[in-house]
Ligand binder design. Sequence first.
Ligand code: NAP
Length: 533
Amino acid sequence: MADKFEQLDAVVVGAGFGGMYMLHLLGRMGLSVRGIERGSDVGGTWFWNRYPGCRCDVESMEYSYQFSSELEQEWEWTERYSAQPEILAYANHVADRFGLRDSIRFNTEVTGATWRSEGSAWRVQTSQGDEIEARFLIMATGCLSAANVPDFPGRDQYQGNTYHTGAWPPEGIDFTGQRVAVIGTGSSAIQSIPLIAQQAADLTVFQRTPNYSIPAQNGPLDPQVAARIKQNYADVRARNRAQPAAFGADYPRNTDSALDATPQARKERFEAYWQHGGFMFLAAFGDIAMNMEANALAADFVRGKIREIVKDPDTAELLCPDTVLGCKRLCADTGYFATYNRPNVHLVDVSEHPIERLTKEGLVTNGQEYQFDSIVFATGFDAMTGALLRCNIVGQAGMSLKEKWSAGPRTYLGLMTEGFPNLFMMTGPGSPSVLANMITGVEHHAEFIARLIGWLDEQGLAQVAADRSAEDQWVDVVNLRAGATLYPNCNSWYLGANVPGKPRVFMPYVGFPDYVATLKTVEETGYQGFAFA
Ligand code: NAP
C-alpha cells in the first residue's frame, strides 16, 4: 500500500495557468480534486523560465485570464510586455485570490498513471509515494516544459557551470567576470543574450540556425491605454478571440497582398510594423504566412534591418536567416542584433561543424576547443509531447501513451486520445495551443472539459473517450490546415524536428477561431466524436 492513498474525482497535473484554472472550475463544481506540481510553487512555465530577459511576447493586457472581471480590473501590469517576475507574481496572486494552493501538492512529480477498467478510474503514482485513484486525469503539463539538452559526448566531463534556460536557478546567476557560452538562438537565447552580454566578461554564442527577430518595442505600459482597455475589456477579449492567434485585435491585420504593393509602399508598411514591434509584423500583409513570394519580401526586409544594425558584415551575414519567415516561431527582442556590436560578444556558426563534444573546460567544434566558466543551454524543449510522455501513462489494454504515439501524437480535438478514457490534455497536440495566446487557450479548454465532466455526471455516465474514427479524421484536419500554410517548410519544434529521433508531425492546429467554433458545434450536437460508457 502506498504511503498516502486518496480517492478523488479528479487529478490535475501541473499548476501553471491551465492547471490553476482547471482546479478552480472543478472545485467550484464541488468535485474533489488534487493538483500535482513538479515545482515548489505555481506558475508553470513562468516558474521555471527565470533566465535574464525572460518576458512574454504577447502584450500584458492580452496575456491574462479573462474568466474574472474583478481580477481583470484589479491587476495592474507595468510594461507593454510583462517580464517573468511580474507574470509569476500574477500567477501567485491568482492562486491566493481563488484559494488554490491548498489543493496542490508541490515538489511532486507524476511517475505513473494507469487506467483501471474495473473502477473506471485512473491510478496515479507520484514521486512522493502518493497513490491517488481519480475518475478523471487532466494533464495541464504545458507545451514547453520538458527541457531538451542535447546529448553531447563528454557532458559529464565539463567542470564549469551548466544551465538550461527552462530550469533557471530561482536565485539568479551573476555572470560578472565570466567567460560564458550560449548554445542556441531561439526565443530564449534571443531574450537572454543581450543581458548576459552586459554582465559577462566574454560571451560566445553558438548558432546552428539564425532566427528572425522583430524588436518588441517594449516599454512602460501607458496607464491611459490600460484604463481604456479595462473600460471595454469584454469587447477587447471578444475581438481578440476572433483573431487567428487570439490576440492583436487592436492593431490592423491587413488582408492585401505584399505582391500588389509598390516597393516604396511595401517598405513603408514593413517599417511601420517593425516600429510597432513583435508578432504583429506578420500582419503587415495578408499573405506573408501563406505565400512564398510574399514571405520572401518580408524576410528580405528583416535581413536588411539586420545588416543595418550589425556593424561587422561577416557577423551580419551569419545572423541573416534564409528560411521561411515565421516558419520557426518568430522571436521578439530588445537589442538582440545590436548586442553583436559589443567587443565582448562573439558568434560561432555550428551549422556545418556541429558541437562535437564537451571537454573538462569547454566545448569543441570544428576541431577547436573554446573554454568557458559557464555554458547556457538555450536549446529548447521536447515540445508538446515531452511532458505528457514522461508521466508513464498507460491506457486501456495495457497500451502506453508512448506506444500509441510512437509515430507521432494522435488526438481528437487535441483534448483526448483514443484508448485513454477520462484522460484530458489541456492544449494538447492537435489544438491551437502554441499558435495562440496560451492563457486564452487554456481557459477555453478548461471550460470545455469542466462542462463535459458536468454533463457526464448529469447523464450518470462514468466514461468518455475519443472515438477512433473521429481521431483519425481530426489528425487529417490538423495536417490539412498546416499544409495550407508555410509552417511545414522548416525544421521547427512545431514538427518535433529539434529532438533527434522524434517523429516529424506538425502538432498544433492552425486557427483559433475555427477551432473554437468546432468545439462549440461538437458540444451543441451531443459531443459528437466522443464515445461514452
Ligand atoms: P528553441 O526555439 O527550440 O531554440 C533552441 C535553439 O537551440 C535553436 O537555435 C536550436 O537550433 C538550438 N539547438 C538545439 N540543439 C542544438 C545543438 N545540438 N547544437 C546547436 N544548437 C542547438 O527553444 P527556445 O528558445 O527555448 O524557445 C522555445 C519556445 O518557447 C519558443 O519558440 C516560444 O514558443 C517559447 N518561448 C516563448 C517566449 C516568450 O513568449 N517570450 C520566450 C522564450 C520561449 P536549431 O534552430 O538549428 O534547431
